[in-house]
Design a protein around this ligand. Structure first.
Ligand code: ZN
Length: 510
């Protein structure tokens, strides 16, 4: 029998220190647009959505009932009325559907709005209200989601990514589809979940190795005929909500007690290794010295500096000046700054045209009210480009990016790629090459990104060549520098003497 599955998407990672994301900044697909996109040659639907479609197609006859996909990437809190209206619309449209067999939620899980700290939870509750208790609701979330009890209560199963950089979204979408199919055969998932007062800085969350890798690998080693899914969700500190904290969700096919025991076991393990969830960054001055040496000595391996205080993937504005200024003043050779968001400067350079010289004024982020400007006289406009490009590899491969007209400026040897539309996470190597830059010849590349670039640039730089630089800004992983309002206190490592005592495992084996 053909199964009718409703598809709903709500995706934004909200950093409380970043600017509000307005309605028009979301990419919204409604009804058939979703299916048309998913079936197109180069869909813009996120990978988990593509994976869900592909797996459902192979699992048997089904009919997608797309409601809407509201996709926002990373930024600040969302415009409240827009999100609430979208949730109301989803509830209304789902209520109007008859005989649904399931709902798939494509969700990030770390959204806030200007007035609500758990809009994702509101969405899940609205969906449950619309479809009732018996229709399976399966969600995929980012491992930087802040899982609320509302989300857990109103979904049957929550499946989180297991990789950072995020290279498994497609597989998690497929997993969600398989779980949905299994529920249709009569499986009734039982869930145990708990949250620890542990708010890991994002730099401690890579999954190739390190504490988070150890936890996730242990969780995966426990999957068996009973344990369906283990999601260890580290959360997104910068959302600053009362739900922040590492959240463990264990879903069993039948045995609640086993789910509860595993959930507590993983929690105790995470807590025992909490000292490993710490930032360990390189000061700006040391990073610049390394870049100078690298520029001066061709035999040294190239460097990639990650500008962590302005991590665009976590809501950074893409225009802090710390590294640009320090590297320029140090007259460092062979440096390319992968992107700097400045529409005024980009327009001026594009108007002047390649080969001309301009007095460049870089307008920096004004988050601390300073509105800094860094000026360089007679900067060479080395190249210009319309700014539309496709990510060639890695977790966002195939994604179309419109950075608006862009230019490559040469400041006495320091090259800066200036964009005129929303900040970009990283310039694709194909874009750099269109601007006349060969990645393999760069001595030091600066990216305003923390993690996902690794899945693109690891073909040019080893992990040892990637340097995490301690720049100030809205996305600094040094959590003690930020003013928190809602994040639960005490939480480790903000409060190093924070204590947590495990309560006894659940004893209700129903
Ligand atoms: Zn993430």
């Amino acid at each position: 029998m053909t199964k009718k599955v409703a598809l709903v998407g709500l995706f934004l990672e909200s950093n409380r220190y970043a600017d509000v994301v307005a309605a028009q900044q979301f990419k919204v697909m409604r009804r058939e647009q979703v299916t048309d996109d998913a079936r197109s040659a180069s869909p813009i639907l996120l990978k988990e959505g593509q994976g869900f479609f592909e797996q459902m197609d192979s699992n048997g006859p089904w009919r997608p009932v797309p409601i809407s996909m509201v996709l926002g990437g990373a930024g600040g809190p969302a415009e409240h009325s827009f999100i609430i209206n979208e949730i109301l619309n989803i509830e209304r449209e789902l209520s109007a559907e008859s005989s649904l067999d399931g709902v798939y939620i494509l969700n990030h899980g770390a959204m806030t709005t200007t007035d609500e700290e758990d809009p994702d939870g509101l969405l899940y509750r609205a969906i449950r209200r619309a479809v009732g208790p018996d229709v399976p609701v399966v969600a995929t979330v980012d491992l930087h989601a802040n899982i609320s009890q509302r989300m857990v209560d109103h979904a049957d199963v929550i499946v989180a990514y297991r990789t950072d950089p995020h290279v498994d979204q497609f597989d998690r979408g497929r997993e969600a589809a398989n779980i949905m199919s299994e529920i249709w055969t009569g499986m009734r998932p039982v869930v145990s979940n708990l949250r620890l007062p542990l708010v890991p800085p994002n730099v401690s969350l890579l999954t190739a190795d390190g504490p988070y890798a150890d936890l996730i690998n242990f969780g995966q080693s426990q999957l068996d005929t009973d344990i369906l899914n283990i999601s260890i969700v580290a959360g997104f500190a910068f959302s600053d909500t009362s739900e922040n904290g590492l959240h463990i969700i264990v879903t069993a096919r039948q045995t609640r007690l086993r789910a509860e025991q595993l959930c507590h076991q993983i929690a105790r393990m995470a807590w025992s290794m909490r000292a490993r969830f710490m930032w360990n960054l390189v000061p700006i001055a040391d990073a610049v010295s390394r870049a100078q040496r690298t520029g001066a000595q061709p035999n040294l391996p190239a460097l990639l500096l990650a500008d962590l205080g302005d991590n665009v993937g976590a809501g950074g504005p893409g225009n802090t000046l710390w590294l640009l200024e320090a590297l320029h003043k140090a007259k460092t050779e062979g440096v390319v700054i992968g992107s700097f968001f400045d529409p005024t400067l980009a327009a001026m350079a594009v108007d002047a045209g390649a080969g001309s010289r301009i007095d460049a004024r870089f307008h920096g982020d004004n988050w601390d009210g300073a509105a800094p400007v860094y000026s360089v006289e007679a900067a060479l406009v080395q190249a210009t480009h319309p700014g539309i490009f496709y990510i060639s590899t890695g977790p966002l491969s195939g994604m179309r990016v419109n950075a608006g007209p862009i230019c490559l400026l040469d400041l006495d040897g320091l090259k800066v790629l200036v964009t005129s539309r929303r900040p970009i996470v990283w310039p694709d190597p194909t874009l750099l090459s269109a601007l006349g830059v060969d990645v393999r010849l760069i001595r030091t590349l600066v990216l305003k990104c923390r993690s996902n670039y690794r899945a693109v640039f690891d073909q040019y730089f080893t992990a040892d060549q990637m340097v995490e630089v301690d720049t100030p800004g809205r996305t600094s992983p040094v959590l003690t520098r930020h003013q928190w309002q809602r994040l639960p206190r005490p939480s480790y490592p903000l409060d190093l003497d924070c204590e947590w005592l495990d309560e006894p495992d659940g004893s209700d084996p129903d």
